[in-house]
Design a protein around this ligand. Structure first.
Ligand code: UDP
Ligand code: MG
Length: 315
């Protein structure tokens, strides 16, 4: 019998943990062909999430938990889960039930059939989300797909079920700046997309502010595209062309009409414009440099403080 590991990143989800387990276990009870292992990752919660996980693990079989020394972000929590999962099949799910567990049988069927290595969920609407946020999200997918050769699917959730082979491939990517939506796609394999409508969070509130999402989006672009680096070259070339015509114009005007000495306001404008362009390009370079700097330090993506569960053992 195959073992299915379900990884659940949790950050301040005390109100959602029990409900998540109840609904997911009810679905898994209908899956006799697999044994299920739950792996909760407490990502530095400041509420009673860890206590809730401890209580759950003490009560139920097949529940393990990891707890970070501080908040390292959802990407780190997913990586920790993938590294510690023992399953032949591995699923990643949010704790807030926005990834409906009722889809699990469908995902499982796709992957166990052998035709697919991965089954992933994408939502086809963004109902219940602030319209501004949806608009920016859509623009982000448009931009990143233009700039990167790795396809980032619009509306793709992190909810997916993968084979052990694909998990091992993901774990071979050693990068520190992890952008899972890109990584899942970059490693390849045959992915079956299952569509769903947007679900509301069951309890608690979203950990993603607009600003956090914006930074995440920029990180994604930098991690999977070097196109912004070409901006400097393109802008430089364009400005050279403009200045060439300007020089010709000035020479001709001098030869035909003579003496022309006005122009310091326009000169200031031009200098300011060019200074802006230069700073902008240095900024782009800086972004890549900063990411490279973080990569070469080779810091661990997360640090565990405690783990436990399953047989009641706690470290
Ligand atoms: N999460 C996490 N660490 C974080 C932020 C979020 O582990 O720093 C988890 C969170 O507990 C949830 C999942 O990631 O299980 C998705 O987060 P959330 O529901 O807040 O995001 P949204 O669904 O609003 O995009
Ligand atoms: Mg959510």
């Amino acid at each position: 019998m195959d073992l299915l590991s379900i990884i659940v990143p949790c950050c301040n989800e005390e109100a959602a943990v029990e409900e998540f387990y109840r609904r997911t276990a009810a679905v898994c009870a209908g899956l006799p062909e697999v044994e299920v292992e739950y792996l909760f990752v407490d990502d530095g919660s400041t509420d009673r999430t860890l206590e809730a996980l401890r209580a759950l693990a003490r009560r139920e079989r097949g529940v393990r938990w990891l707890s970070f020394s501080r908040n390292f972000g959802k990407e780190a929590a997913m990586l920790a889960g993938l590294e510690h999962a023992k399953g032949d099949l591995v699923a990643v799910m949010d704790a807030d039930l926005q990834d409906p567990p009722e889809l699990l049988p469908q995902l499982l069927e796709a992957v166990r059939g052998g035709a697919w290595d991965c089954a992933a969920v994408r939502r086809v609407d963004r109902k219940g989300e602030p319209p501004i946020r949806s608009w920016f999200a859509r623009q982000f997918y448009k931009v990143i797909n233009k700039m990167s050769r790795t396809e980032i699917v619009d509306g793709a959730r992190d909810f997916r079920l993968m084979t052990r082979q694909m998990v091992d491939a993901i774990l071979r990517l050693p990068e520190y700046n992890r952008f899972s939506k890109g990584i899942f796609s970059w490693v390849g394999f045959r992915t079956r997309w299952v569509e769903t409508v947007n679900a509301q969070r069951c309890a608690g509130e979203s950990k993603w502010s607009f600003f956090k999402l914006l930074v995440y989006a920029l990180d994604g672009i930098i991690a999977f595209s070097t196109a912004p680096l070409a901006v400097a070259s393109v802008l430089g070339l364009a400005l050279c062309a403009v200045s060439f015509f300007a020089i010709v114009f000035v020479i001709v005007r001098q030869l035909v009409w003579g003496g022309s000495a006005f122009g310091w306001p326009s000169l200031v404008c031009i200098i300011l414009f060019l200074a802006g362009v230069q700073l902008f390009c240095i900024g782009i370079l800086g972004q890549y440099l900063a990411k490279t700097y973080l990569e070469v330090k080779r810091r661990p993506v997360y640090i565990l403080r405690e783990q436990g569960g399953d047989h009641g053992e706690e470290e």
